[in-house]
Design a protein around this ligand. Sequence first.
Ligand SMILES: *[C@@H]1O[C@H](CO)[C@@H](O)[C@H](O)[C@H]1NC(C)=O
Ligand SMILES: *[C@@H]1O[C@H](CO)[C@@H](O)[C@H](O)[C@H]1NC(C)=O
Length: 453
Amino acid sequence: RLGRKKVKSNIVPEKSENGGWRKDGDKVDLAEQSLLNKLIRHSLVRNRNQVEVLQRDPTSPLYSVKTFEELRLKPDLLKGVYNMGFNRPSRIQENALPMMLAQPPQNLIAQSQSGTGKTAAFSLAMLSHVNPANKWTQCLCIAPTYELALQIGQVIEQMGKYCPDVKLAYGIRGNRMERGIKLQEQIVIGTPGTVLDWCTKYRLIEPKKITMFVLDEADVMIATQGHRDQSIRIHRQLTKDCQMLLFSATFEDSVWRFAEQVVPDPNIIRLKREEETLDTIKQFYVVCKEKEDKFTALCNLYGSLTIAQAMIFCHTRKMAAWLTANLTKEGHQVALLSGEMTVEQRASVIERYRNGKEKVLVTTNVCSRGIDVEQVSLVVNFDLPVDMDGNADNETYLHRIGRTGRFGRRGFAVNMVDSKHSMDIINQIEMHFNRRITKLDTSDLEEMESLMS
Ligand SMILES: *[C@@H]1O[C@H](CO)[C@@H](O)[C@H](O)[C@H]1NC(C)=O
Ligand SMILES: *[C@@H]1O[C@H](CO)[C@@H](O)[C@H](O)[C@H]1NC(C)=O
């Protein structure tokens, strides 16, 4: 078995230091979101996004693999991969694995969400990279939180099940070590603070002997107080020849600058933008007065359509609770997801919803990302997404309505407009995505049926 120290494998809910409060009063905690995604993911998401590959050396041939055999892995490792139920490489893995395993080593920056097989890919790269005969740390992997580090560790342990000579240590808080005694584990996975201490203060790791460095969830990392600097300080101790792999779900400018600082001469794998998903979604707006009016519109909508499952987004917890209570009173089976729940509670609500136990999910912003439920046929913005300054939050809009129209099915998005300001927001969104949002009168059954068929 892998591992020096037994770590509790059940996940302890814990607030990480980051996360500003949004106007809606729900904390958007990127690390929690990411953990939630991992907990609710049972299988790889079928990713419709096109993968775009930019090679460091555009003249060299681009290798992609359709089977794990083509990677010429050690048999024990291949056995571990199959044992995890992976039959063939995911979309991202097809291109990323040959790059990660290339000799001489190549650096990689990859855009990747959970569910694309990213963790499995770099776990495999680390397991394949190490020389089990060398009893020192060769691969270092850092993740933004304790829980995320444990999740990665579990993948490595499972995949490395048949490689008994490869050992793993967790560089996470609470894992006390004796100063100055070098670790024998070939792989160390942990959070930036502890790993930095292990490299510098405690001298458990010889940074110059690290030949592969993995930085996971770079976007979450730099959003977390202190993690950015700690990551850079770890990186500085490594040699120029160390192979660097960096992953991030998003690539805003700040993430990009960080990535370029940490990963010289990279190959780059990017997902093409999500915007094309809008083509399978019909978008509407309904003019309402106040929340009771919106509620009536929602009920009309429900009464006249065959809706498999719907997701409804509200601005505040209070509104979400009000709506849930009133929908329940009307006889709908409603699940409520909101910020005060622990990650485990949220995971279980999503699980029930996915299994169809409830047909309607009412939620605040916290969980608008990354929930893949195939049957969602309707997304309702009970409140429109706005940023701190009251402008249309275009990105959140896309993420929200992207829950529908998935996997080639048609979907509907309905926006509730209750003021001149919210009409302005609709116009901004139309302009931003260059797609029309059609006015819908929910009291006119015939119109509704013809528009939404
Ligand atoms: C439903 O909405 C009405 C009107 O806003 C409100 O008075 C009532 O308390 C709500 N019912 C529930 C169960 O929340
Ligand atoms: C969303 O897009 C519109 C139109 O392009 C723009 O006016 C608005 O500022 C954007 N919102 C944000 C938050 O960037």
